[in-house]
Write a protein that binds this ligand. Structure first.
Ligand code: P71
Length: 445
């Protein structure tokens, strides 16, 4: 399938981004030339997935496609109990409400926006237990998604294991730049949590990409397939939430997967309140079928090598141009280090937001802010959270763009880098209460 893409002028884009309040989420897709906003739901489905869509069994209950999906999740990920949800945050909402009590803490390997929000709405507080290296864009640690096991152990001792319903473990860590956790660190995490009887809930949104990095970088893992490593990761955890819009190559879908039948029964009960019956969870039968097929395709070694390889291709081009990016290169996108890119723009002037708007104006390439706007405000003080990482994400959809598109993107970013000294910051003029980055509006200073 191909799609007509509009070519726009710089003057047109200046008006478009101003009307969008300098927020790339508020642009119309028709005004975008290359869309690197996200890899979520933007991948191209395969011939087999489209064929599967034609086999949608749209019965209200017990659809054939549900059983295919359940089988795929059992076979490839090893989780025996499955409840579909409309996407990842639907899964997070339900599982957080069931597992978290008021006053609980949920440690994790860095926060993710929706995950943390659902933990907080359920009465919990997030605790960042990732290694310090993850907060440093220049540090080339091969597994920046690792937990600091000593720090986590000390935290468990401080607040008490009974206040920690589970540890939230993400593969890969999105906000750190698509960085993986190592198998060894996960084994150490399992040993620690077993000591205290704490569960591990796996945010498996990009588990195949994480497994690929383990295969490439971790000692002794070179001869295993990505599929085998994925299974090993899942086997070390108690349950999972999944946004199938990423790794699993579908435009919409997600699920909760569990080992514990008691929790599964609670999830099954709650899903009917918010998503739909437990055999469809807000999705059509055809969506479930596409997801079942996408899961299998996502684990193919050649697919994942080509996917991550394209991201690395773009990253290396940018490094050649001297553009400051997060290293090592992550799995789902390139993260520009906006602090180093625009050192003269202080963080209260939203450097990453500014840079994303500049890149759009230069070439029509749409990217996403992952800095102070995404980090929101401190619940107690009302001040902005100022994260160490002030990043612009160039996220690569799967199976959509060619290396030639990557060349255009790299040239555009290099061009903006050349004239970085002329770029001024922004001020926020509209701020919504939840997940403000989606709808906030800005003006040029
Ligand atoms: C991404 C997204 C989509 C998104 C979400 C929030 C702000 C901007 C964009 C979604 C994830 C994710 C991880 C690790 C859970 C979700 C929620 N990522 N965990 O990166 O990356 O899944 O979007 O299906 O609800 O653009 P959902």
């Amino acid at each position: 399938m191909v799609e007509h893409v509009q070519v726009t002028t710089e003057d047109y884009r200046k008006r478009a981004i101003e009307e969008a309040g300098y927020n790339t989420f508020l642009l119309k897709s028709r005004d975008v030339y290359i869309d690197l906003l996200t890899d979520s739901g933007t991948s191209a489905m395969s011939d087999r997935q489209w064929a599967g869509m034609m086999l949608g069994d749209e019965s209200y209950a017990g659809s054939e496609n549900f059983y295919h999906l359940e089988d795929a999740v059992k076979r490839h990920y090893g989780y025996p109990f499955l409840v579909p949800t409309h996407q990842g945050r639907g899964a997070e909402h339900i599982l957080s409400n069931i597992l978290i009590k008021e006053g609980d803490y949920v440690p994790g390997n860095m926060y993710f926006t929706t995950t943390k929000l659902h933990q907080e709405l359920a009465g919990g507080q997030f605790f960042d237990a990732i290694i310090d290296e993850a907060h440093d864009p220049m540090n080339e640690h091969p597994f920046k998604g690792n937990f600091n096991i000593e720090k986590l152990d000390a935290f468990i001792n401080k607040v008490g294991a009974d206040k920690i319903p589970y540890v939230s473990m993400a593969t890969t860590v999105n906000m750190a730049g698509g960085q993986p956790i190592s198998l060894q660190n996960l084994k150490d995490l399992r040993a620690l949590t077993d000591k205290y009887g704490i569960k591990i809930i796996h945010d498996m949104t990009r588990v195949a990409e994480n497994a690929y990095f383990i295969q490439q970088r971790e000692e002794g893992q070179q001869n295993k397939s990505v599929a085998a490593i994925v299974r090993e990761i899942c086997d070390l955890t108690d349950g999972a939430t999944m946004s199938a819009k990423k790794d699993a190559l579908v435009n919409i879908g997600g699920f909760i997967a569990l080992r514990d039948e008691g929790i599964y029964n609670q999830v099954r009960n709650m899903v009917v309140v918010y998503e739909g019956l437990h055999t469809y969870g807000g999705l059509a039968g055809r969506d479930l079928e596409a997801m079942a097929i996408g899961i299998a395709e996502s684990l193919d070694d050649f697919h994942i090598q080509a996917r991550v390889g394209q991201v690395i291709y773009l990253g290396e081009k940018l490094i050649e141009y001297g553009v400051p990016i997060v290293k090592p290169i992550g799995s789902h996108g390139i993260f520009l280090n906006a602090r180093a890119f625009l050192p003269h723009v202080s963080q209260d002037k939203f450097p990453a937001q500014t840079l994303a708007a500049e890149i759009y104006t230069n070439s029509g390439v749409r990217t996403m802010e992952r800095g102070v706007v995404s980090a929101g405000r401190n619940k107690e003080t009302g001040e902005h959270n100022y994260p160490k990482l002030e990043l612009v994400r160039l996220t690569i959809p799967r199976r959509v763009y060619t290396q030639a598109h990557m060349d255009v993107v790299a040239e555009s970013v290099a061009h903006v880098y050349e004239k970085r000294n002329e770029i001024k910051g922004l001020k926020m003029v509209y701020e919504p209460e939840y997940l403000r980055f989606f709808q906030a509006k800005f003006e040029v200073l």
